[in-house]
Design a protein around this ligand. Structure first.
Ligand code: TYD
Ligand code: ZN
Length: 424
């Protein structure tokens, strides 16, 4: 008998939302390394690279990666911890209040979160007197959450997990999934689990980067192997209607370059869809989300960034300026991979995450430095990889700007920000 080795890469055939097969190819970034696999210095050899491209389903307009990588490979060396930035902490409080007010949660209501990471979001619900349970497959993160008093099951959320929770804890008034849905391949399984776990009048709140914002603001660097899907509200409606659920409310929020919180209830629940649901679906049509040309134009704008950003950086370096990266987020790995930037262009990347410091950015092999290390010898320009925190970072780096330092903000298109731009 021959031993079959299973390839960790699979080409996507059927749309994970509607089952369709009529695909429009949108962008192809060629094989790139995994965006969160930061390397040990001196790592030998080539890193494994996997195809990275996006296509759009002409039936439901789900945008998906053309290939999926086995989660076992993807999440084995994983350095993502929920940001403790001010922007995100404030957002988590906002999310808790929004859910509590809109859907009449009260003290003692039971809140379950999938992909709950270190339990920061659930802690906000606990502060409001709610019972909480987290579910997260990353054992180390679940352990941190349990230690801080946010009970967390170290599991993937699936239909059988949902049943187990119902049996042991009861049904949930609120199920949360923040920035986790885009990572999930079998979304039907999640929908089934959600339907079973929800109280008849319960609500599922799912927060994802919004496809409309991603397209309009050229946020191509949010494309990496972990982000399998990019959703519009209309696409969510298609998905959930197939599973006895319906979209009853939507809130657009600024985090991560523009996101939506989509509220979903059982289709027999007492919640009437608010007008904003139909309004956003209409806006998506008017914005061309259902037309090929919209995606073709997006691809052209991405090409433009790829053609202009590297010469901008290299021109500065040729003029004797020192350029470094600000933040080493996953999207920075895509940015350098697509633009072909490396350690000749960028001296280092500054990042606050302990686990990333002392390692190398995937692909570019640019070393990651702590903010303290960076402050000892600051560059002339910071390429702002963590552009989703622009306001917070510009405020924090006031002294750098006052000393003549500048930022290069790469999207929606490369621009240079100096102190004059802030005060002007
Ligand atoms: P984030 O945008 O949350 O994630 P991703 O693109 O990987 O999904 O990552 C932001 C990164 O930027 C994270 O590694 C922490 C870093 N960072 C700083 O170094 N300084 C800062 O002030 C902020 C806000 C983030
Ligand atoms: Zn589809």
């Amino acid at each position: 008998m021959t031993q079959e080795t299973k390839s960790p890469v699979r080409q996507v055939d059927n749309c994970r939302v509607c089952g369709g097969t009529d695909w429009q190819q949108v962008v192809s970034f060629g094989p790139l390394p995994l965006a969160n696999s930061f390397l040990e210095p001196g790592s030998p050899d080539e890193e494994p690279r996997f195809p990275l491209g996006v296509m759009s389903c002409r039936d439901c307009r789900l945008m998906t990666l053309t290939h999926t990588v086995d989660p076992e490979v993807l999440y084995r060396t994983y350095y993502y911890v929920t940001s403790d930035s001010q922007t995100i902490s404030q957002h988590m409080r906002y999310v808790a209040d929004l859910c509590i007010e809109r859907f009449a949660l009260t003290e003692g209501s039971f809140v379950v979160e999938m992909g709950s990471n270190t339990g920061q979001q659930l802690a906000a619900f606990q502060d409001s007197g709610m019972r909480t349970l987290g579910v997260d497959p990353a054992r180390s993160l679940a352990a941190v959450a349990n230690e801080r008093g946010v009970e967390t099951l170290p599991d993937f959320f699936a239909a059988d997990t949902a049943r187990r929770i119902v049996k042991e804890y009861g049904r949930a008034q609120l199920i949360l999934g923040r920035h986790v849905f885009a990572h999930i391949d079998d979304v039907a399984e999640i929908a089934v689990g959600v339907r079973e776990l929800l109280e008849p009048s319960g609500v599922f709140a799912v927060e994802v980067p919004y496809a409309l914002d991603m397209l309009e603001r050229n946020e191509f660097d949010t494309v990496y192997h972990e982000h399998l899907s990019y959703y519009a509200v209309d696409t969510f409606a298609t998905l959930f209607e197939r599973h006895g659920l319906r979209v009853v409310d939507v809130e657009r929020v600024a985090v991560h370059g523009g996101s939506v919180i989509v509220f979903v209830s059982r289709d027999d629940a007492p919640w009437e869809p608010r007008p904003v649901v139909a309004e956003l679906r209409q806006l998506e049509r008017e914005s061309g989300l259902f037309e090929d040309s919209t995606y073709e134009e997006f691809a052209r704008r991405v090409d433009h960034i790829r053609d202009t950003l590297p010469p901008l950086v290299r021109g500065l370096v040729a003029d004797g300026k020192r350029v470094a990266g600000y933040g080493a987020p996953a999207k920075g790995s895509t940015m350098v991979g697509v633009c072909g930037l490396d350690a000749k262009d960028l001296e280092f990347c500054l990042d606050t995450t302990d686990l990333k410091q002392g390692r190398l950015q995937p692909g570019s092999r640019v070393p990651v430095h702590s903010p303290e290390q960076a402050a000892q010898n600051p560059p002339d320009y910071y390429l702002l990889f963590a552009w989703n925190y622009t306001n917070e970072i510009l405020a924090k780096e006031r002294a750098f700007l006052e000393n003549g330092g500048r930022f290069i903000v790469p999207v929606p298109e490369p621009r240079i920000v100096s102190l004059a731009d802030l005060d002007g």
